[in-house]
Design a binder for this molecule. Structure first.
Ligand SMILES: Cc1cc2nc3c(=O)[nH]c(=O)nc-3n(C[C@H](O)[C@H](O)[C@H](O)COP(=O)(O)OP(=O)(O)OC[C@H]3O[C@@H](n4cnc5c(N)ncnc54)[C@H](O)[C@@H]3O)c2cc1C
Ligand SMILES: NC(=O)c1ccc[n+]([C@@H]2O[C@H](COP(=O)([O-])OP(=O)(O)OC[C@H]3O[C@@H](n4cnc5c(N)ncnc54)[C@H](O)[C@@H]3O)[C@@H](O)[C@H]2O)c1
Length: 482
């Protein structure tokens, strides 16, 4: 039986980085992955295809150019699925190549098949022909990710009622679509299909969507999506979805029935620990298939680590990669620097996109932390006008006393890139004054940082003036009359 220093199960962002980090430490590392899934959900069905599809939609519909060239501007009319998937397949293929080559040149063995634990130090790998191979290791990293949640009350047929894995295989752009769940996946796909001209209805059981984001920005996003014909039904629970020869019916608990050509069911994901027989290694998963870990990503069985989506929140590609690296370093006693989970950025690739780092106005208010808001609107930035983005905004939340940055919230073009400037300032403990005094390239969206910082500091100065004037009046009143 082959023996490794470390075996990583799953080749998504978490698994890749764990395996490469171990190899860089001179360890004998292997990654187990199923045929046709190299790169994980991230490359094959999740992040990369969805973000590439979004680029294709923006390019072909010409949506981002319409402020400049008029509302009827389109690069192509009658956009087909083939137009969209050509770009997706190209990018996915390239990314798989990059991962395979990185693993090979770092000497990481790839073991193709499905792994199941047969003991705490041993797994069996079943390949596509049913052959079994047993391998053992000193350490394991479980990075098996998630699959879409599929309730039995929904009749998934892969054609008209689909989950987020299957949506990439639609054979046409539907005329109408119901999106169940206004989570990140639901809103990203609702944005793309609405941009393609599909009549989208979003159904969400909670009273609002994406409630971890800035409220003003979510209102702005909802406005933009409504402008593109999206209907929102909040506080509505989907009971069942039926398929009929002429289309689908989504039945709500409230009794409403919503017809549509296609239903995208994007109401959460489920960890795939069940397929791994984790009990054989002495582990137990929760009711959503997730594994519990400590701050070093160790499970309750000391030599087995778990990273990425299988451990739950925040379940992002970027955090998964970092968890993988940290787990491998910890396994081999390599020191790792401190990272603050408070400074992990969130990027939501809706159309328009949203990104933020740090806290929201609501959180600061709940915690009684006094803050000032500085806003830069893209329509007042020369770069915003050049790009044809008049709706974007950058918002800084600044501590009213020590003037540090507490949160950065961006909406509009390049929001997910722009947020990293604020993240860096926050990470280095910088204040709003750094941004006031800094000189930014012009014309850029980054200049928005200076504009927003000036806005916040002007408001803070106005408050200081009121206080100062109050004091001088007090002095005048108490002064002895000559
Ligand atoms: C539609 C969609 C869009 C997304 N967009 C973004 C985004 O824009 N930004 C972002 O940061 N995140 C995004 N995410 C989330 C991101 O894709 C995940 O956080 C990330 O892929 C998790 O990485 P992972 O390493 O945990 O595992 P995954 O990428 O889920 O990969 C796990 C791998 O493990 C393999 N595996 C499972 N069980 C076994 C087994 N028993 N044996 C062998 N192999 C096994 C699977 O085949 C799979 O390849 C998106 C997700 C979805 C679904
Ligand atoms: N840009 C990004 O970073 C990005 C993009 C896509 C996905 N992801 C990750 O993928 C994961 C899964 O995303 P998701 O959107 O599927 O899950 P989610 O759990 O975030 O959202 C699911 C939504 O569906 C709603 N819902 C559940 N059952 C319902 C029902 N019967 N009727 C109506 N509404 C219902 C829930 O209230 C919830 O708001 C997330 O962890 C997310 O972080 C990240």
């Amino acid at each position: 039986m082959d023996h490794y220093d470390i075996i990583v199960i799953g080749s998504g962002p978490a698994g890749q980085k764990a395996a490469i980090a171990a190899a860089k430490l001179g360890k004998r590392a292997a990654v187990v992955e199923r045929k046709h899934m190299m790169g994980g959900v991230c490359i094959n069905t999740g992040t990369i295809p969805s973000k590439t599809l979004r680029e294709a939609v923006l390019y072909l519909t010409g949506l981002n150019q319409r402020e400049l060239y008029g509302q009827s501007y389109r690069l192509k009319t009658d956009i087909t699925v083939a137009d969209l998937t050509a770009r997706t397949m190209h990018v996915v293929g390239k990314e798989i190549d990059v991962i395979q080559s990185q693993l090979t040149r770092n000497g990481v063995a790839t073991l193709i098949g499905s792994a199941t634990f047969t003991g705490p130090h041993e797994i069996a790998i079943e390949d596509a022909t049913g052959d079994l191979k047993h391998v053992s290791a000193d350490h394991f990293v479980i990075a098996v990710g998630t699959r879409p949640a599929r309730p039995s009350s929904v009749d998934f047929d892969g054609e008209t009622v689909v989950d987020s894995d299957q949506i990439l295989e639609l054979d046409r752009v539907p005329g109408s679509m119901v999106v169940v769940g206004a989570g990140v996946i639901g809103i990203e796909y609702a944005s793309m299909f609405a941009a393609l001209g599909t009549k989208v209805t979003v159904i969400e059981q909670r009273p609002a969507m994406l409630d971890f984001c800035d409220r003003e920005i979510i209102e702005a996003l909802q406005y933009q999506l409504r402008e593109r014909g999206v209907t929102f039904r909040f506080g509505e629970h989907v009971r069942t979805v039926e398929t009929h020869p002429s289309g689908t019916l989504t039945i709500l608990e409230s009794g409403k029935q919503i017809p549509a050509d296609t239903v995208l069911y994007s109401a959460g994901r489920q960890g795939v620990s069940d397929e791994l027989a984790v009990e054989a290694a002495g582990l137990t998963a929760d009711n959503r298939g997730r594994l519990k870990v400590d701050e070093h990503f160790r499970t309750e069985v000391g030599h087995i680590y778990a990273v990425g989506d299988i451990i739950g929140f925040p379940a992002l590609a970027a955090t998964s990669m970092e968890q993988g690296r940290r787990a491998a370093y910890h396994a081999f006693g390599e020191p790792v620097g401190h990272t603050s989970t408070d400074l992990q950025p969130i990027g939501i690739y809706a159309i328009p996109e949203i990104s933020f780092v740090g806290r929201t106005e609501d959180q600061l208010t709940t915690d009684n932390i006094p803050f000032e808001v500085g806003v830069a609107r893209y329509r007042e930035l020369a770069r915003g006008a050049i790009m044809g983005d008049s709706y974007g905004l950058l918002k800084l939340l600044v501590h009213a006393e020590d003037r540090t940055l507490l949160g950065v919230h961006a909406f509009g073009s390049n929001a997910a890139e722009l947020v990293h400037i604020g993240q860096t300032v926050m990470g280095l403990g910088g204040t709003v004054d750094y941004l006031v005094d800094a000189v930014f390239n012009y014309p850029t969206l980054a200049e928005g940082y200076k504009v927003a910082a000036l806005d916040a500091s002007n408001k803070m100065r106005a408050i200081a003036r009121v206080r100062a004037q109050g004091r001088s009046l007090d002095l005048d009143v108490s002064a002895p009359v000559a």
